[in-house]
Design a protein around this ligand. Structure first.
Ligand code: HEM
Ligand code: HEM
Length: 172
């Protein structure tokens, strides 16, 4: 079934952000200590997620959005809720990560050469709370994304409503 696709910028941002989230997740163990290359890597991947997600959300408001694939009311509502939750955690997880880093007095360099010194007074207890919140938000993001991917595959191959093709480049 042919459906209108998402525009190329939405497509590019969707898959680039998905890859960066995967990258931030697998490098998360490297962000320990008072900073350094591992922290720069994990933090840069995460901050790229934050920045590109902001652009994605802005663009979603500006560009025409294709009409949703027809589906039952409860399913449409669940999809909408899941997308809102994804957008919220895509911003919240990295923001809490940077706050946790700053609150413990560590610093990082975005991409290894743009220093982001901490503007906060070090506070170990607050930093631990923020770190816990960062891990919670990050795990929620990854679990939501897995459920979201499972739902997309269910639409494509069980419901056969062409949903996945909306997010894939046109085949020649
Ligand atoms: C989508 C973005 C992100 C994801 C999915 C993510 C994921 C995670 C996860 C799962 C952990 C827990 C690792 C462990 O088991 O110890 C973690 C820890 C951490 N993350 Fe992130 N993170 C993201 C963005 C960021 C950003 C932007 C920063 C900082 C600029 C950051 C800084 C940290 C720090 C400092 C820790 C604690 C490391 C430690 O002391 O154990 N994260 N992150
Ligand atoms: C970290 C990974 C991912 C994140 C954060 C993510 C996030 C999102 C978000 C927020 C939307 C909502 C678009 C809108 O505003 O309407 C979306 C749409 C979509 N995603 Fe993902 N996604 C991820 C991975 C995947 C994967 C692995 C698949 C496929 C298996 C997938 C398939 C889709 C499809 C088909 C749509 C369009 C739905 C529609 O047109 O109604 N996504 N994604």
């Amino acid at each position: 079934m042919a459906h209108p696709r998402h525009d190329p910028l939405t497509l590019a941002l969707h898959w680039l952000i998905a890859l960066l989230i995967l990258g931030a997740y697998v490098t998360s163990e490297l962000a320990q200590g008072r900073g350094g290359p591992g922290t720069n890597l994990h933090g840069s991947l995460g901050l790229a997620v934050f920045g590109l997600s902001l652009i994605r959300i802005l663009w979603r408001g500006l560009a025409p959005h294709p009409a949703p694939v027809p589906m039952g009311a409860w399913m449409a509502r669940a999809a909408h809720l899941a997308h809102v939750a994804l957008y919220v955690t895509m911003l919240l997880a990295p923001a809490l990560g940077l706050a946790a880093l700053w609150a413990r007095g560590s610093e990082m360099s975005f991409l290894g050469f743009i220093p982001l010194p901490s503007p906060m007074t070090p506070d170990r207890a607050f930093s631990r709370t923020l770190k816990g919140a960062h891990e919670l938000a990050s795990n929620a993001l990854v679990i939501l994304a897995l459920l979201h991917a499972a739902a997309a595959i269910f639409h494509q191959y069980i419901l056969r409503d062409g949903l996945l093709e909306r997010m894939l480049p046109r085949r020649r």
